[in-house]
Design a protein around this ligand. Structure first.
Ligand code: AMP
Ligand code: MG
Length: 324
C-alpha cells in the first residue's frame, strides 16, 4: 500500500540517516539524495549511477542556515544571487568548507549548492536535518527522470521514491560560477543568462563545450536516449526527413510540438511536447518524450528545433547533447 506523503518523507529521512539513498521530487528533475556529510552514502550514488568519480554533485539545502557548514565564504555577488533566485532552479558555486567530503566535490575546492523551491524536497531535507547531495536519478549519460515511473524504469525497486508530481520545469538547474570577475554559466537551465545579467548588473558568459572545461560534468555524454537522435534545424521540414526514413523501413520517432504533431503521418511514433507557443510545456515534457522513445524501441528519433532564446536555450542545449 502506498504511504501518504508525510509517512513517505519520514521513511525517506530514516533511510538517509542510516546512510542510504532516496529519490525525491524537485522542481527541476527528480534527485537521488544522500547525506552530503556521509562519504560512504555518497559513494553509493556514484556506484548506482555508474557516475565518473570526477563529476561532482550538487548539494541541496532547505534553509539558509545550512550554508555556513558547507561554504567558507559568501561573496557579495553570490549573496545577490541567493537573494534573487533562491529557493529556485539556480545552483551556485561556493568555496567549500572542510566539512564537505571530497567525494562530493570530486576533490575540487568549490561546492555547488541549490535551495530547491519544491515543498516536498524542502520538507524531506528539513526532516533529514542535513543537506542532501543529489544528482539526477538516471544511469550516468541517460536522460534524467521527471516522474516516479522513469525512476522505476531505470532502477526497478532498488531505491525508495518519495512520490511527487511530474517535475514542473523538467530540465536540470542552471549552474553558475560567480566567483570569477565575469560570472560564467556552467549549465543552462530555467534561470537564464538575461535574468542573471539583470540581477548582477554585469556581463555573464555561458561556458562553451569547446573552451576549457569549467564544469567537470560537461565533458561527458548526457541525456542520451537509446536510439540515435537527429535534431532537425529550424527552417528545415521535419516531415520530409520522416518520410525519407519511413521509406527506408525504419521505425521512426518524432519529438515535436503540437503544431507539427497534428500533421504527422500515421506510420510515425510521435510524442507531443506541447505548443511551441509555450516553452514551459516543451521543457516540462522533454525528458518524458525521450523516455517514451526508449520504451517504444524506435530506430531513430527526429526532433524539432526550438528558438535559441529564453528557456529555448536550455531546451536546445539538452537536445544538442542528446543528439551527440
Ligand atoms: P547533475 O547533478 O548530474 O545534474 O550535475 C551536476 C552538475 O554540476 C555537473 O555538470 C557538475 O560537473 C557540476 N558541478 C558540481 N559541482 C561543481 C563544482 N564544484 N564546480 C563546477 N561544476 C560543478
Ligand atoms: Mg544528471
Amino acid at each position: 500500500m502506498q504511504l501518504d506523503l508525510e509517512d513517505q518523507i519520514l521513511e525517506a529521512s530514516k533511510i538517509i540517516q542510516k546512510g542510504g539513498l532516496v529519490a525525491f521530487p524537485t522542481e527541476t528533475v527528480y534527485g537521488l539524495g544522500a547525506n552530503a556529510f556521509d562519504p560512504e552514502a555518497i559513494a553509493k550514488i556514484f556506484k548506482l549511477k555508474n557516475r565518473p568519480a570526477d563529476n561532482p554533485l550538487i548539494v541541496h539545502i532547505s534553509s539558509l542556515e545550512m550554508l555556513p557548514k558547507l561554504v567558507n565564504n559568501i561573496s557579495e555577488t553570490n549573496q545577490k544571487l541567493i537573494d534573487n533566485f533562491w529557493p529556485g532552479p539556480l545552483a551556485i558555486v561556493f568555496p567549500k568548507s572542510q566539512l564537505v567530503p571530497d567525494i562530493v566535490t570530486a576533490g575540487l575546492n568549490t561546492v555547488v549548492i541549490r535551495f530547491p523551491n519544491n515543498p516536498i524536497a524542502q520538507q524531506l531535507i528539513a526532516k533529514c536535518g542535513a543537506p542532501l547531495a543529489a544528482p539526477s536519478v538516471n544511469p550516468s549519460g541517460k536522460p534524467s527522470s521527471t516522474n516516479p515511473q522513469h525512476i522505476r524504469d531505470y532502477f526497478e525497486n532498488q531505491i525508495f521514491v518519495v512520490e511527487g508530481e511530474p517535475s514542473e520545469i523538467g530540465l536540470e538547474s542552471t549552474v553558475i560560477n560567480a566567483l570569477e570577475p565575469t560570472p560564467i554559466i556552467l549549465r543552462q537551465g530555467a534561470i537564464t543568462q538575461e535574468q542573471i545579467k539583470e540581477v548582477l548588473g554585469k556581463e555573464v558568459e555561458v561556458a562553451q563545450k569547446q573552451t576549457k572545461v569549467q564544469s567537470p560534468g560537461m565533458k561527458y555524454r548526457h541525456y542520451a536516449p537509446e536510439a540515435k537522435l537527429e535534431l532537425i534545424p529550424l527552417g528545415e521540414n521535419i516531415l520530409d526527413k520522416i518520410e525519407l526514413y519511413i521509406k527506408q523501413n525504419l521505425k521512426v520517432g518524432a519529438l515535436v510540438s503540437s503544431e507539427i504533431y497534428n500533421t504527422l503521418p500515421n506510420a510515425v511514433i510521435a510524442f507531443d511536447l506541447g505548443s511551441k507557443e509555450n516553452y514551459k510545456d516543451i521543457s516540462a515534457n522533454l525528458y518524458a518524450g525521450l523516455h517514451y522513445f526508449d520504451s517504444q524501441k524506435v530506430d531513430i528519433i527526429l526532433s524539432e528545433s526550438f528558438q535559441h532564446q529564453g528557456l529555448g536555450l536550455a531546451i536546445m542545449d539538452r537536445l544538442q547533447r542528446a543528439a551527440e
